[in-house]
Design a protein around this ligand. Structure first.
Ligand SMILES: Nc1nc2c(c(=O)[nH]1)N[C@H]1C(S)=C(S)[C@@H](COP(=O)(O)OP(=O)(O)OC[C@H]3O[C@@H](n4cnc5c(=O)[nH]c(N)nc54)[C@H](O)[C@@H]3O)O[C@H]1N2
Ligand SMILES: Nc1nc2c(c(=O)[nH]1)N[C@H]1C(S)=C(S)[C@@H](COP(=O)(O)OP(=O)(O)OC[C@H]3O[C@@H](n4cnc5c(=O)[nH]c(N)nc54)[C@H](O)[C@@H]3O)O[C@H]1N2
Ligand SMILES: [Mo]
Length: 763
């Protein structure tokens, strides 16, 4: 695709020296210790520790250095020697800190002491753990459990997560929203609906066997860089990668392996995508419809010529339902509509469709570009439709593989962090702990926010994360937040969510995963589940950032003990002393997935928890894999109109969610600032704007609510017409709380309706 000359772009491939420089920039800072390299060498290795960055799988035979630029940044970020001590809080009031940027807040370093917010002086003051636990316990006891929320950001271990969910249920609620609610909940609900499995079906070995990979809205180079090694090997043995993404992401175009000396010297990159389609944001349903239309046309032609079938009719007959309705819909949909909604030409989609027909085994990959849309669930349904046509689920070398975010986000759901009681084996919880778990469905993230606004939610406990910064509708939410009675945050570093406090507020500092977790029975192991459903043990070896830190598990147990009446089955102290006892509980609760958990926890490459859809056992309502007929060709929630743009909220290469490592998005050529509005040169011209002009964005959701972000520099960028790009989390004030995936309520952060506001005095 042609690139206008003045469009900002970066010429180097992803990986390569640029990625080493990215790491060096962080290493160079005074706060990285000389021990850092030794820690990095243990990253993602059996018996080592599992990276705190993304959830991509950890292979059985790791590279000498099995980490990437961004994994190294995440590790070093945790290893900083800077500390955010009581003296820091004495110096800076909470009101003052609210004016700091996300970057500056986390630069303050690791939290060292448990802190209580003192409203009278507007400062955090240090408290003892006992004091914090008993105050939190007293507050929780005085509240209706159903008016409280226990949030989890997907990092905490399986052991901690299991106990956190148990604490919630013993206390009396299922209000367990998770970062997954803003992320792959579309998968947990949408993929489960059609395949019966809430997670992907692929394993690493499938990537050695597939003939084609169709890639939708996942930015591998930045968000799961180690996956590039897998893709590179696939390409080198002839696998075709076909990518759909409005942005020409460097990592999906070409890659220099920083682990490969020859490639590093020659700098000859591997071409990753054979075909790259700049689909309109929200245009994926239409694009897949076009491909399916082509598959049907090929089938018709082959049938007429009495040749072989391209569609796997035996599979469809035996394993699926809904095929005829889909075919009818596809035949009734015209190419003009498909071209209009996808922004792609019939000829291009026919080429993609032909690659699909020619490939024996196909994998479908997707990320936030699919899940964060109003009709994201329908897009997942369409991708599954495409795969089912040729029996591409449940055979080696094929399948569907959503790429998950946080390092244990998938695992947290596996061990009970879910607002939906039907997803949790209550019979086993009853038997093990001798209690009646609450039957009422809890709140997800959006519902928790609604509850804070209407006053029904009165307390928030956050196991990691930066909730206030990550959710939509920030301005309204920050105001609602302060009306809560109690807010408790378990964290490693200071962030915005710690500065908008309830009436009573505690900030509880915890160990990071790289740090040694010493308990009564000795140093502890924790476990996590990656994107491919592999379970891994992780051991931290570093000296903790402060002697006052507790492990996340100990903090959860401390709060639970202070809140709940004692019961013989709840052995909080024993569990803290020895995490293997918690693994035994996990195995007892989920025996099919965690058989011989303790013995298998260090299996190289992890152990597979199993997946029914992979075995072609469909745990759907119909007992079959379901073809679904889309009700729309666009996943946008509002129609286009003049002056309205579709905003993609993006992650830079220098951030992990709300943690901003720096201001270099080197793979996109944007340096020194995050306050940019990315637009195609054509659109800049058409809107009467000029490069470098400072503009604002306003929400254009037709609900009469004023939402604004100002101070964005117009920057030419290679994007399809009708859309603009800007960074997450800065753009979150623009997303209405009600603008989310219909089925799962995942906020639709990738197709936000906005208009551009030019100040009267602008040049
Ligand atoms: N370094 C780093 N690693 C991370 C994270 C991080 O912030 N930094 N975050 C972690 C987390 S929690 C998650 S969930 C994952 C997120 O990883 P991804 O799933 O990759 O998420 P995003 O970067 O938000 O967006 C993905 C891509 O979708 C494209 N896109 C936008 N709209 C559309 C559309 O309508 N259709 C299509 N086909 N594409 C579209 C965007 O251009 C972008 O390339 O990464 C995890 N890993
Ligand atoms: N507009 C827009 N909004 C989005 C998205 C988007 O693409 N666009 N993406 C969404 C997605 S996919 C997600 S997952 C959410 C992210 O939402 P969250 O998971 O809530 O946010 P993070 O930024 O990952 O959390 C960062 C904080 O976690 C804490 N932390 C780090 N390590 C640890 C640890 O080991 N233990 C504990 N207890 N705390 C730790 C630190 O204090 C740090 O400040 O945001 C969502 N919001
Ligand atoms: Mo995520």
């Amino acid at each position: 695709m042609a690139q206008d000359d003045d469009t900002v772009h970066y010429d180097g491939p992803s990986g390569g020296f640029g990625s080493l420089k990215g790491v060096a920039r962080i290493f160079g800072k005074e706060w990285a210790t000389p021990m850092a390299l030794e820690t990095l060498a243990r990253q993602n290795k059996p018996g080592g520790f599992m990276c705190v960055s993304c959830a991509w799988t950890k292979p059985e035979h790791p590279h000498p250095a099995e980490f990437c630029e961004n994994g190294a940044k995440a590790t070093l970020w945790e290893l900083t020697t800077r500390t955010c001590t009581p003296a820091f809080f004495e110096q800076h009031s909470v009101t003052e800190l609210r004016r700091w940027s996300d970057y500056d807040l986390e630069q303050a370093g690791r939290l060292t002491h448990p802190m209580r917010y003192d409203r009278a002086t507007d400062h955090y003051v240090s408290v003892s753990w006992d004091e914090a636990f008993s105050a939190i316990g007293a507050e929780l006891r005085s509240l209706d459990p159903k008016s409280t929320v226990f949030y989890a950001s997907g990092r905490a271990s399986l052991e901690t997560s299991y106990l956190y969910a148990l604490f919630a249920r013993l206390y009396g609620h299922n209000n367990l929203p998770d970062s997954s609610n803003m992320c792959h909940e579309t998968t947990s609900v949408g993929l489960k609906k059609v395949t019966g499995s809430p997670v992907g079906t692929c394993q690493l070995k499938d990537f050695d066997l597939c003939d084609a990979i169709f890639f939708f809205g996942q930015n591998t180079g930045t968000n799961s860089p180690r996956f590039l090694h897998t893709l590179k090997s696939a390409v080198e043995r002839g696998c075709k990668i076909v990518t759909f993404n409005p942005v020409r992401e460097k990592g999906l175009l070409e890659f220099v392996d920083p682990q490969n000396p020859v490639q590093m010297v020659t700098q000859k990159p591997t071409q990753i995508s054979s075909l790259y389609y700049q689909v309109k944001p929200g245009g994926d349903i239409a694009a897949i419809m076009g491909m399916i239309k082509h598959v049907l046309a090929v089938e018709d032609r082959l049938m007429a010529e009495q040749q072989r079938h391209v569609i796997d009719h035996d599979f469809i007959e035996q394993h699926t339902q809904g095929f005829e309705a889909l075919v009818e819909k596809v035949r009734a949909t015209g190419w003009d509509e498909i071209e209009q909604e996808s922004g792609l030409s019939r000829a291009d989609l026919e080429i993609a469709g032909q690659i699909y027909c020619d490939a024996e085994k196909v994998i479908g990959i997707y990320g936030m570009g699919v899940t964060q849309h109003v009709h994201g669930s329908q897009t997942i349904g369409m991708l599954v439709n495409l795969l089912l046509l040729r029996g591409n689920i449940g055979v080696d070398g094929a399948g569907i593989s959503p790429v998950r975010g946080h390092s244990n986000v998938q695992g947290q759901r596996t061990v009970g962090i879910s607002e939906k009681p039907e997803l949790v084996p209550y019979d086993r919880l009853r038997a093990i702990f001798d209690f009646e778990p609450p039957s009422e469905t809890g709140v997800n993230t959006v519902e928790a926010c609604e509850g804070m606004i209407d006053g029904s939610i009165k307390a928030f406990v956050g196991l990691g994360g930066n909730f206030v910064r990550a959710i939509p509708e920030r301005d309204k939410m920050e105001a609602a937040w302060t009306k809560m009675r109690l807010t408790v945050q378990i964290a490693t570093k200071l962030n915005r969510s710690h500065l908008v406090n309830g009436e009573i507020a505690y900030l509880l500092p915890c160990l990071g995963r790289t740090e040694e977790d010493m308990q009564a029975s000795g140093p502890q192991v924790v476990t996590m589940e990656d994107s491919l459903s592999m379970i891994h043990g992780s051991v931290g070896k570093r000296k903790p950032a402060s002697e006052h830190l507790l492990s996340e598990l100990a903090i959860v147990a401390g709060m639970a003990k202070a809140t709940l009446p004692p019961r013989p089955s709840a052995k909080w102290d024993e569990w803290v002393a020895d995490y293997s006892k918690v693994r035994a509980l996990i195995e007892a609760t989920y025996p099919e997935k965690f058989k011989d958990f303790e013995a298998r926890k260090f299996t190289p490459g992890g152990f597979f928890k199993g997946n029914a859809a992979r075995e072609r056992i469909w745990k759907t309502q119909s007992g079959k894999a379901e073809f679904t007929t889309p009700t729309t060709l666009t996943s946008m929630g509002v129609p286009d109109k003049p002056g309205r743009y579709r905003l993609i909220t993006m992650r830079s290469n220098d951030q992990f969610n709300t943690t901003i490592y720096g201001y270099s998005d080197r793979l996109r050529g944007i340096e020194g600032t995050r306050d940019v509005l990315l637009m195609s040169p054509r659109e800049i011209l058409a809107a009467g704007l000029s490069e470098g002009q400072i503009v604002g964005l306003a929400s254009d959701a037709d609900d009469g609510v004023e939402r604004r972000v100002d101070g964005l520099t117009v920057t030419p960028f290679d994007l399809p017409d009708g859309c603009v790009g800007a960074y997450y989390p800065e753009m979150n004030p623009l997303i209405p709380l009600w603008y989310h995936d219909k089925l799962s309520k995942t906020p639709a952060a990738k197709g936000v309706p906005v208009r551009i506001v030019v100040a009267d005095d602008a040049p």
